[in-house]
Design a protein around this ligand. Structure first.
Ligand code: DX5
Ligand code: ZN
Length: 215
């Protein structure tokens, strides 16, 4: 069964506690938390005080996705506010290997996110050091975008790289995930499904999460 990580970007920020409790009660496994700086991506989401507040109510793994430039500046800050997994963008990390070691030295799992245009082959020489690859299936910056179909091929190629290296890296899909593509993504090799609008804009988020879990 895939790991399900609802993205709080689509939550009601005026009712964050309620939405965190909904995730606690659901079959979801992780909280996916999108940090955007208005520089790496054209949007600004939220920062430390909001994540700190989420952490006070969340009873599951905090999966923090940094869409910011120079993410290495804030590694220990995110540890302090409860991040369990810290993901940086390949495109924002000049010294990716060093950044991954720094994340792990803080006791977090280290993730790398790839934009849709970035070839998965670029991760070959560092795959052993990566706990999670966050494969963007939309251009990062906004929720509610259309899933990019090319993602299936990229997942298969990445899965092969992981298998060839004997690594245990998880593949996470982020952007435009719905019940229409979830099963095919899992079949292609996805381990983790992030879903924002599909969960939070649905009539019954708990049931929607349960449906994704069965993918
Ligand atoms: C996009 C974010 C995603 C986003 C997904 O930049 O990284 O996590 O919240 O939202 P949906 O599921 O609505 O595409
Ligand atoms: Zn994300």
């Amino acid at each position: 069964m895939p790991i399900i990580a609802p993205s709080l970007l689509a939550a009601d920020f005026a009712n964050l506690q309620r939405d965190c409790e909904m995730i606690n009660q659901s079959e979801a496994d992780w909280f996916h938390i999108d940090v955007m700086d208005g520089v790496f991506v054209p949007n600004i989401s939220f920062g430390m005080p909001v994540i700190d507040a989420i952490n006070r109510h969340a009873k599951k793994t905090l999966d923090v996705h940094l869409m910011i430039v120079q993410p290495e500046r804030y590694i220990s800050d995110f540890k302090k506010i409860g991040a369990d997994i810290l993901t940086v963008h390949y495109e924002a990390s000049t010294h990716l290997h060093r950044t991954l070691q720094a994340i792990k030295a803080e006791g977090m799992k280290a993730g790398v996110a790839l934009n849709p245009h970035t070839p998965v082959s670029l991760l070959k020489d560092v795959i052993q050091d990566i706990d999670l690859v966050c494969m963007m299936s939309v251009n990062p910056g906004f929720g509610g975008q259309k899933f990019i179909e090319k993602t299936y091929d990229k997942v298969k190629e990445l899965k092969q790289i992981i298998t060839d290296a004997g690594a245990s890296t998880l593949i996470e899909i982020d952007g435009g995930v719905t019940s229409a593509n979830a099963a095919q993504l899992v079949e292609a090799g996805a381990d983790v499904l992030v879903a924002g609008s599909f969960v939070f804009k649905s009539e019954n988020p708990i049931e929607t999460i349960a449906g994704l879990k069965k993918a």
